[in-house]
Ligand binder design. Structure first.
Ligand code: KIV
Ligand code: ZN
Length: 435
């Protein structure tokens, strides 16, 4: 009644300890323009997709899934525009999604005419629920769908000019018995025969996340340990966020041996979204690992993202949210103010200011106001910090305490947050006018 049930890998592989920490960035693949776009109330139009593509390129994505070109006119035209107007930088590889159906595969290759290179991403659904309820097919029939598509992809790639890399996703992998997922992936790999020069991507989606992150990681580890042609296979993660654990799934999946991650900016995507690449990348950054993405101007990225998707980045969103580098409470403000001062004096190598995971400046956020904001919960430390930073007023300890109460009182009575200018006005009224 309560549980859908989830699929555990065989017990011996429940270790996911191939690595103890993430020491380098994975290959990132943005699926904003496909998985993200298909989940929007109003999908982006051609101009919006073009602008979003440029944003992704500017951030530094080297692999971008641009759509499902056989699925709609806009998707097809978007891809043709990218190719015909030569908008794909040489160091960026586009990726296109296709179902394992002949006319769709043929149309996909038609849409790719003139592309110098591309990843062609084939998928079919493999979970118990999909096999039984949607397709009503046996395991053998599901393998047959994958292999028919894999063979046709190979044929079409041989007939079409350009360099094509193949990707296979057993869609709904998270609801598939791992032994069966391995069997179907190995069968596809036998058809494609990956080489070092042209490795195959095996993408293992938590299409619906169903288990705790360590279970997904164990499934990934089982696949990684037992996959044929492993040295010429790139294992890719594609977590969704149904359980709110997309980021944890990806982090543990990387520890378990995955080399690539598909996700979106701020976690846009079907239902609760795809894994949020911004959070994942900045989590890495907070550990001193270069994420190989340029996230130095998060406010700009958010403004473009919100305008084009008509979605909102919530105030509490890790790193990007408006309130995440803000402290209202007195003790937090005091600690931050002291931490900043200590930092100025000691010039330590690493960022360690209390309550702030990273230096907001590193992602284009402001210190003043952005970090310390004043309301009735605030304390003398934060209020003093604002006066000092913004107006050069360094109050003696007793005065700081008194002034702290004055400001909190005003905010309490007016039931609102106070801007630095209002704080200065209170200061002027309280002390300067008296004089
Ligand atoms: O979530 C999913 O399984 C997908 C596949 C098409 C990779 O988006
Ligand atoms: Zn997806």
């Amino acid at each position: 009644k309560y549980a859908r049930g989830y699929f555990m890998p065989p017990a011996q592989s429940l270790k996911w300890t191939q690595k103890e920490y993430i020491s380098e960035a994975p290959i990132w693949c943005s699926v904003d323009l496909r998985d993200g776009n298909q989940a929007l109330i109003v999908p982006m139009n051609l101009e919006e997709k073009l602008e979003y593509f440029k944003l992704l390129v500017a951030i530094g994505f080297k692999e971008i899934e641009v759509g499902f070109p056989a699925a709609s006119e806009t998707e097809f035209t978007f891809l043709r525009t990218l190719i015909e107007q030569n908008l794909i930088p040489d160091d960026v590889t586009i990726q296109v999604l296709t179902q394992s159906r002949e006319h769709i595969i043929r149309k996909t290759f038609e849409s790719l005419r003139g592309a110098k290179k591309a990843v062609v991403h084939l998928y079919n659904s493999t979970s118990v629920a999909q096999r039984e309820q949607v397709f009503r097919k046996s395991k053998e029939e599901i393998i047959d769908i994958a292999l028919t598509g894999a063979k046709l992809l190979k044929e079409c790639a041989e007939e079409t000019e350009g360099n094509f890399q193949f990707q296979y996703s057993p869609e709904s992998f998270s609801g598939t018995e791992v032994e069966f997922a391995l069997e179907i992936c190995n069968a596809v790999l036998d058809v494609w025969q990956p080489t070092a020069a042209n490795p195959v991507i095996i993408n293992l989606p938590a299409t619906v996340s169903m288990s705790m992150p360590h279970v997904y990681a164990s499934q990934i580890e089982y696949m990684s340990d037992n996959m044929k042609h492993r040295e010429n296979v790139i294992i890719s993660l594609h977590p969704h966020n149904d359980r709110g654990t997309g980021v944890a799934d990806a982090e543990l999946g990387m520890l378990a041996g995955a080399q690539r991650v598909e996700g979106t900016l701020f976690g846009n995507g079907e239902r609760t979204g795809n894994v949020d690449i911004v959070t994942l990348a900045l989590n890495m950054y907070s550990h001193g690992v270069n994420p190989n993405l340029n996230l130095e101007n998060i406010p700009y990225i958010i403004s473009v993202y919100e305008r084009l998707t008509k979605m909102r980045v919530s105030e509490r969103h890790p790193y990007g949210g408006e309130l995440v580098f803000t402290a209202f409470s007195g003790s937090h403000q005091d600690a931050i103010a002291k931490g900043m001062k200590w930092r100025e004096e000691k010039e330590p190598k690493h960022w360690s200011v209390p309550y702030l995971l990273i230096d907001p400046k590193d992602i284009g956020r402001e210190y003043e106001g952005d970090i310390i904001r004043i309301n009735s919960q605030s304390g003398k430390g934060g209020i003093g910090y604002i006066l000092q930073q913004k107006y050069g007023l360094d109050l003696p300890a007793k005065m700081r305490e008194h002034f702290g109460y004055c400001v909190k009182n005003v905010s309490d009575h007016q039931q609102k947050e106070l801007a630095p200018d209002e704080i200065y006005d209170i200061f002027a009224k309280e002390y300067v006018n008296i004089k």
